[in-house]
Design a protein around this ligand. Structure first.
Ligand code: SAM
Length: 455
């Protein structure tokens, strides 16, 4: 879109006429980071004597993403440098915003959210990543987990029409992409957008769901005519011609056996599932409004472990949710021990504006959160070490994504099960699939030697 209106990208911030900061708000301090980053960039530019670009020597700063959506014009009040605020659904209206700036408006903003918002359609040839392409299949979220800000910043869940997803995947296959990732907050609810499938009505009756914002009644979403996620996966695998297909994030309540059966049926569906549990205790899961119990979660894990090929399972856990007792936390520990994740993102709970949990009593002191975080991390590190050591002596397929930033004489890439592998550069293999014999293990990566030619 930018090249259509005469811009080109620069890797030197001091050359930029426009700087866009893309933001995430899932955890605290996101807005603060925006201002800190703007100051850093200003200092960098002031340090560069050669800069002559625009009138005052500074670029136009724009903020996009969830902070832009949630903070809106408050961002203008807090920073005179910000000239553009672009909400999560405004990307397709970017040219109009730029035009307003060109016409002399001093500040422009678009934070409209609507159920009908269009997906941004990308030409395969205009992508910046060379070997891996990300394809959005759903936007927004209808779940309303009590801790999560996403439904407020990204709006109602919308599924992109299957035909367009499949066409895009095919075009990427034709362009030689080796790996695609299907993306969404909860990919498993793809096609359910026509039906409200959130968690507000789950057992436990936690009372008023809180302020749901000005997005209208979630139950009145548009009727959808989409296929299920399992069917979509089946078609993308069969029709795209892409050798490796991954997807994230899976949502336990909507994850069904059919998805595992489809993965069994297609070699190009990679052996990795990210299935966040968030907690191990039913009491906390209820207060989080996740819509499933520990037992139901474990049933999904058992299904995945019964797949034809071994599938790596990763997840997310929150510690220190309001009211989490030692017993609740111990149940999270025991769930992690039972599942044996290949990787786990652990988060200390932080209250997010407008979410119901932000008003819950019994907040957990910071030092208790930290202590629980460290204990869980230590448990996961031990499990992960064991899981990774199983790869010693095995040969794995790696997509070579680049040169390792830590060691320039090594290539780096991911396995089909999404583990990082580093190995010495042996032949020109950038962007190729290669076999690597694993001979070393670190806590978050594998090390090896290339075995023979590219796959
Ligand atoms: N949609 C996915 C789901 O519901 O499982 C995950 C989306 S979220 C963008 C990524 C992760 O951030 C969550 O899985 C959760 O562990 C963490 N997270 C979200 N809100 C949080 C909060 N208020 N405090 C701490 N961690 C949070």
């Amino acid at each position: 879109m930018f090249s259509d209106i005469g811009y080109s990208q620069t890797s030197e911030v001091s050359e930029a006429d426009l700087v866009l900061l893309n933001t995430c708000m899932v955890r605290e301090k996101a807005a603060r980071k925006v201002f800190a980053r703007i100051n850093e960039i200003k200092n960098e530019i002031r340090g560069d004597q050669s800069r002559t670009a625009s009138d005052n020597g500074l670029p136009v700063f724009g903020v996009m993403g969830c902070v832009a959506q949630a903070e809106a014009d408050r961002l203008f009040e807090r920073s005179r440098d910000i000239k553009m605020v672009m909400g999560t659904q405004a990307i397709s209206r970017l040219p109009a915003l730029m035009e307003q700036l060109d016409k002399g408006f001093s500040r422009v903003i678009d934070v409209r959210l609507s159920k009908e918002s269009e997906f941004l359609e990308l030409e395969a040839s205009s992508r910046q990543t060379k070997h891996i392409a990300y394809i959005t299949i759903t936007e927004g979220c209808n779940k309303f987990c009590s801790f999560c800000i996403v439904p407020f910043t990204r709006g109602r869940e919308r599924s992109r029409p299957a035909g367009r997803i499949i066409d895009e995947a095919k075009a990427l296959g034709e362009q030689g992409y080796q790996e695609i990732h299907l993306l969404g907050q909860n990919v498993n609810s793809y096609g359910l957008s026509g039906r409200y499938h959130g968690n507000l009505g789950n057992p436990g009756n936690l009372g008023n769901p809180g302020n749901l914002g000005n997005l209208g009644n979630p139950a009145s979403a548009d009727a959808g005519d989409e296929i299920t996620f399992a069917k979509l996966l089946d078609r993308v695998a069969a029709e795209s011609g892409v050798p490796r297909i991954k997807y994230t994030t899976s949502y336990p309540r909507d994850f069904d056996e059919e998805i595992v059966r489809v993965m069994d049926a297609h070699e190009n569906l990679c052996e990795w599932i990210h299935l966040p549990a968030q907690a191990g205790s039913d009491r906390v899961l209820r207060a989080m409004r996740r819509g499933y119990t520990r037992r139901e979660y474990i049933e999904k894990i058992v299904d995945i472990k019964g797949a034809r090929r071994e599938i790596s399972i990763t997840g997310d856990m929150i510690v220190g949710f309001p009211g989490e007792t030692d017993d609740d936390f111990n149940e999270t520990m025991s769930l992690v021990a039972e599942v044996e994740y290949d990787g786990l993102y652990i988060f200390k709970y932080s209250p997010r504006p407008r979410t119901p949990a932000a008003a819950y009593a019994d907040s957990i002191p910071e030092e208790v959160k930290t202590e629980r975080f460290l204990r869980l991390q230590e448990l996961q590190d031990r499990i992960q070490r064991r899981r990774y050591e199983r790869y010693l002596g095995r040969t794995v397929e790696v997509l070579v994504e680049g040169t390792s930033s830590r060691s320039p004489s090594d290539y780096t890439g991911h396995t089909r099960c999404n583990k990082v592998v580093n190995f010495p550069i042996a032949a020109e293999a950038l962007g190729k699939l290669v076999n690597v014999n694993i001979n070393g293990v670190k806590s978050h990566s594998l090390y090896g030697e290339m075995a023979g030619d590219c796959v």
